[in-house]
Design a binder for this molecule. Structure first.
Ligand code: IPM
Ligand code: MG
Length: 367
């Protein structure tokens, strides 16, 4: 039997509730595969960890993650008042960046997926969504402004200033661009490289490298698109995108826009892949306003489990089953109050019941 060790970092806000559904799913998956076992190890992370241990990324959590085969993370961050008690340089977001840096998780996959029958979730008109949206946003996750040198202070004119550096070297760009081409090759063979090379030197280098790598992928259609134009295009013609690749900050912004066109970030799981270790997380925050109410949709958390099964454990077929099971629950007319409007013909269910329904659908599919 192959036992995978998974560190569970539920985090803050709705993190615990949606993580409970992920755990439920992992239990079912292992019962469907006698040869696979999961050892699940919960660990403190985020603002709640700061209040209990004095650190958002405690040493003990780091050790557990070091020893794990993969990390499944929930959500981080608390409401404004509580967050203000944590010094900014020790914030949960800082903890998250430390984790990204430690495991060099440079390749962030954020699927923006909406089958035609779920068009009602989206604020876009049905004719824009057509048969459905299926985009893979690939975001560079450990470089650029997020990790560049930073300083702030008072300048020689006595004015407060802040400065941060956007730097990429060719290797950092090359490895993410390569991942994007390889991904496009497995999908619809269309790649949009998103940049701002009419202004930024880092984007000029980025674009050069995309062109260089494209020589080895003659079967993949390459489109260079300015990031501002891409923002518009995502709203007007989302179905024209297949794979999009971009640097860290552009990816942060456009992937949230992707959540917007789906109707909710609650529909966006993600995978953050490093050379030796990967972690999986919903793309959204901890939604403190609805925490503890059993109404948060666990789709992004369960979707992150599906991505982990596929990308870390090679369980491609079970990952597909899991996606299908979730779509079946929606297709059956069930959803949770956080992502659906009351008054439609949708039956509102709780976080837990949504998870139970996914389990029921999964069990119908051959393992
Ligand atoms: C994300 C989040 C993070 C980011 C925050 C929490 C630091 O917005 O994963 O998109 O900016 O990368
Ligand atoms: Mg973000």
């Amino acid at each position: 039997m192959n036992t995978y060790r998974i560190a569970l970092l539920a985090g803050d806000g709705i993190g615990e509730e949606i993580m409970a559904e992920a755990v439920k799913i992992l239990g079912i998956v292992s019962s469907r595969h006698a040869e696979i076992g999961f050892e699940l190890i919960p660990a403190a992370f985020g603002a709640s960890a700061w209040f209990s241990t004095g650190s958002c990324w405690p040493a003990e959590t780091e050790e557990l993650c070091d020893a794990a085969d993969a990390i499944l993370k929930g959500t981080i961050g608390l409401g404004h008042t509580e967050s203000r008690q944590i010094p900014p340089d020790q914030s949960p977001e800082k903890g998250l960046l430390m984790m990204r840096r430690r495991y060099d998780t440079f390749a962030n996959f954020r699927p923006v997926y909406l089958p035609g029958f779920l068009a009602h979730f989206s604020p876009l008109r049905p004719e824009i969504i057509g048969d459905g949206i299926d985009i893979m946003i690939i975001r560079e996750l450990v470089g650029g402004l997020y990790f560049g040198e930073k300083e702030a202070g008072v300048n020689t004119q006595g004015l407060r200033y802040a400065r941060e550096i956007l730097e990429y070297d060719e290797n950092q760009i090359h490895r993410i661009v390569l991942v994007a081409f390889e991904t496009a090759r497995k999908r619809r063979r269309k790649l949009h490289s998103i940049h701002k090379s009419n202004v930024l030197k880092s984007s000029m280098l980025w674009t050069d490298i995309v062109d260089e790598v494209s020589v080895d992928f003659p079967d993949v259609e390459v489109n260079h698109m300015l990031v501002d134009a891409a923002a518009t295009h995502l709203c007007l013609r989302p179905t024209e995108f297949d794979v999009m690749v971009m640097e860290n900050l552009f990816g942060d912004i456009l992937s949230d826009q992707g959540g917007g066109i789906l109707g909710s970030l609650g529909l966006m799981p993600s995978a953050c892949l490093g050379p030796d270790k990967s972690y999986y997380e919903p793309s959204h925050g901890s939604a403190p306003d609805i925490a503890g109410k059993n109404i948060a949709n666990p789709y992004s958390m369960i979707g992150s489990v599906a991505m982990m099964l596929e990308m870390s454990f090679g369980m491609d077929r079970e990952a597909k089953n899991l996606w299908q099971a979730m779509q079946q629950v929606f297709a059956g007319g069930y959803s949770t109050p956080d992502i659906s409007k009351p008054g439609s013909d949708i039956t509102m269910v709780s976080t837990e019941e949504f998870g139970d329904r996914v389990v029921a659908e999964l069990t119908k599919l051959p393992a």
